[in-house]
Design a protein around this ligand. Structure first.
Ligand SMILES: Cc1cc2nc3c(=O)[nH]c(=O)nc-3n(C[C@H](O)[C@H](O)[C@H](O)COP(=O)(O)OP(=O)(O)OC[C@H]3O[C@@H](n4cnc5c(N)ncnc54)[C@H](O)[C@@H]3O)c2cc1C
Length: 374
């Protein structure tokens, strides 16, 4: 991956060295085929990232959004599954990092960093997606808590060792609490769901799953706040992953345009193709700058918050990446849609990023509300 924008003063020499090293390792790695077995590919990517020491950044204190966006952009360029393995350690463990007791942190976080524990976040439900506060899974007091309910579209379902679970201990927005739940707990079961791009995903059912009081993350009623804090820390990294996919598509498209012969010259010589290439580059640079700004703003914010910058980065980078990848596939012509083509793979991989961790419309609302409050 080139390092043009990384020369900006937003980054330190350590950041640049981190990207150079991760990029070289990820480029040389033979990643397992995710279409053959998504769970196996994820586990294998996790082991690889652990052996490189990369996962320690997902639990580093203080939290650095800059390092996390650089890691995701770099990994997504080479392997969607490596990017997923990385981010789920971050997303699934952030509730523990933010509100776990010292003893919970000391058990879980070292295992996150060395890849021994694979993490998941169980928030969404069939009737509560964008409207997170509508969730209906219940945690009833009984010698600790008993959790009953259904989560769906859960990444790493069936692969994870721990789930950060959000459940009701009372009514309304203040009636949601969070728990860390061992995947082996009796009463927890998983049913696989199969999305268009390889991605371990599933329904997680909780039937009277017993957890001790010490499994609660934060106080009772702090669950919604914790969910939103977690999502806010991860959202810009979704934009970063989108930039990694888009950059790969643009590099592949450029190579294809230069080598594809047509009308006595090459595709790259056609003025319409050049206009498209220029727009792809403009959208990619704009997206990367928005993502880097969000990371800088959050890492330097007094209260550790930058909701407008983060929402703009997630929304624009994912929408632009979808467009860039679509144009890249168009350049490839009919061969672009064949299974096994890099364009086809990226086309499938990018789509969910515009939906999860707050759909584009949700990000638009965050931006507009922030503008109107000013
Ligand atoms: C591949 C994948 C992995 C996922 N992994 C996880 C996971 O690990 N953990 C987890 O908890 N969840 C996960 N999810 C679930 C994801 O977070 C939800 O799909 C997302 O929050 C949207 O919820 P929903 O699907 O219920 O759609 P809905 O909430 O029904 O929204 C449908 C659509 O409505 C539109 N919309 C939403 N709000 C507004 C509004 N205010 N105004 C106008 N339009 C609006 C948007 O276009 C949105 O796409 C994953 C989803 C996918 C696809």
């Amino acid at each position: 991956m080139d390092s043009d924008l990384l020369q900006l003063p937003l980054f330190s020499d350590a950041d640049r060295a981190f990207v150079r090293d991760l990029d070289a390792r990820a480029r040389a790695q033979r990643w397992a085929d995710p279409d053959a077995d998504d769970a196996l590919a994820l586990r294998s990517a996790l082991t690889t990232l652990a052996s490189w020491g990369t996962l320690k950044h997902t639990v580093a204190q203080p939290y650095s959004l800059t390092v996390n966006v650089l890691a995701r952009e770099t990994l997504a360029y080479h392997s969607g599954m490596a990017d997923l393995a990385y981010v789920m350690q971050l997303l699934g463990s952030l509730p523990v990092q933010l509100m776990g007791s010292e003893s919970t942190k000391s058990v879980i976080l070292p295992k996150v960093a060395n890849g021994e524990a694979c993490m998941a976040l169980a928030l969404s439900e069939p009737e509560a997606g964008s409207d997170v506060a509508a969730l209906s899974t219940v945690a009833r007091h009984d010698n600790g808590y008993r959790i009953t309910g259904t989560k769906h579209l859960i990444t790493n379902a069936g692969v994870a060792d721990y789930y950060s679970v959000f459940a009701r201990t009372g009514d309304g927005k203040k009636g949601i609490s969070a728990f860390i739940v061992d995947a082996k707990a009796p009463g927890l079961s998983v049913e696989k769901q199969t999305p268009s791009a390889p991605h371990p995903l599933g329904i997680v059912r909780f039937k009277e799953v017993q957890v001790p009081t010490s499994a609660r993350l934060g106080s009772e009623g702090e669950g919604l706040k914790l969910a939103l804090m977690t999502l806010e820390r991860c959202r810009a990294t979704v934009g970063a992953a989108a930039c990694g996919f888009a950059k790969r598509a643009l590099d592949e498209a450029l190579a294809h345009c230069k080598s594809r012969k047509m009308f006595g010259s090459t595709l790259a010589e056609q003025p319409l193709a050049q206009a498209k290439l220029a727009e792809m580059q403009a959208r990619l640079d704009a997206s990367r700058l928005l993502v880097y700004r969000a990371a800088w703003a959050m890492d330097h914010a007094k209260e550790g918050r930058a909701p407008r910058e983060i929402a703009l980065a997630k929304w624009q980078a994912t929408e632009n990446a979808q467009w860039i990848i679509d144009q890249a596939l168009q350049f490839a012509g009919g061969k672009g849609v064949l299974r096994g083509s890099i364009f086809e793979r990226l086309y499938r991989e990018i789509r969910p990023l515009r939906i999860y961790e707050g759909a584009s419309e949700v990000q638009q609302l965050v931006v507009a509300r922030d503008m109107l409050e000013e």
